[in-house]
Design a protein around this ligand. Structure first.
Ligand code: ATP
Ligand code: MG
Length: 260
């Protein structure tokens, strides 16, 4: 298949003035790791624009660069070459404080490996991003509890990660990513270890976030999960292999109704 380097325009009115600016814009991004005499091209010239309130699935074989791309979008890693702009601001021009603020306030990140703190319980794990927000302790706790309730873990709040199943750990990671009410959610294999029912619950949660106007990027190996998104980007060997919109007219009509 011919790689399509330019994403399709989301249907947001043909008048260019009405079209919003991309919230995420990667331009010719390369990430190259030098390993002794060889080099690994984790990303090899990726250009992609994501617009506010898109729901995008990222697919591709193991090693195709999905996590690398998510880390760059989440400002956790920097490209070897090429540029990345978030909300129109060049990531390379942000200082450490600005990057920290973006990571903490704009972006919720669900990692492939969860990244939970092992020594503290669920509430404290979920509360963590709020510590920097200046909220009072009681308020923080209430928000963390509400976030855990949303993922169905009201009865596990005092458990530490090693006292939870894999799927429960994943849900704690999701509750933590959502606790700051970020406008962008980046999820790297969020349903990877979940049973079908819990997976469906997480997908419902994503649908609600999408309906509320958030922007979602979800890495998945599962075609049926990707079909929940409105756009599917496929990576191969660090390049975009395809980028297609998914029509979901019935659901989108419902969401329009909800929004009035
Ligand atoms: N720190 C690193 N040093 C060297 N090579 C790396 C590093 N991180 C990733 N890579 C390589 O870059 C390529 C892309 O890795 P990445 O983690 O983005 O893949 P992925 O698509 O997320 O795969 P998976 O589906 O298995 O999670 C892989 O070949 C990987 O081995
Ligand atoms: Mg990965």
């Amino acid at each position: 298949m011919q790689p399509t380097q330019k994403g399709p325009d989301p249907q947001r009115g043909s008048n260019p003035k009405e079209r919003p600016e991309p919230i995420i814009e990667l331009r010719n991004v390369r990430k190259i790791y030098k390993m002794g005499s060889t080099e690994v091209r984790a990303l090899d010239g990726v250009s992609v624009s994501v617009y506010p309130n898109e729901y995008v699935a990222i697919m591709g074989p193991s090693g195709s660069g999905k996590s690398t791309m998510m880390n760059i979008i989440g400002c956790l890693d920097v490209p070897t070459s090429g540029t990345y702009a978030l909300n129109g601001l060049e990531a390379s021009e942000m200082n450490d404080d600005e990057l920290a603020a973006v990571r903490n306030q704009e972006i919720g990140f669900i990692f492939q490996t969860f990244n939970l703190l092992p020594r503290v319980n669920c509430i404290q794990n979920v509360e963590l991003p709020l510590i920097y927000s200046g909220l009072a302790r009681k308020k923080r706790r209430a928000i963390a509890e509400a976030s855990l309730e949303k993922v169905g873990l009201s009865d596990r709040m005092d458990h530490k990660p090693n006292e939870l199943s894999g799927g429960e750990r994943q849900r704690v990671a999701i509750a933590r990513a959502l606790v700051n009410d970020p406008s962008i959610l980046l999820a790297d294999e969020p349903t990877g270890n979940l049973d079908t029912k819990t997976g469906e619950e997480i997908l419902d949660l994503f649908e609600q976030l999408y309906a509320r106007g958030n922007t979602l990027l979800v890495v998945t190996h599962e075609e049926y999960i990707a079909r929940h998104a409105r756009r599917i980007i496929r990576l191969r060997d660090g390049m975009i292999e395809s980028d297609e919109m998914v029509d979901r007219p019935v659901l989108d009509a419902k969401i329009q109704d909800l929004r009035g």
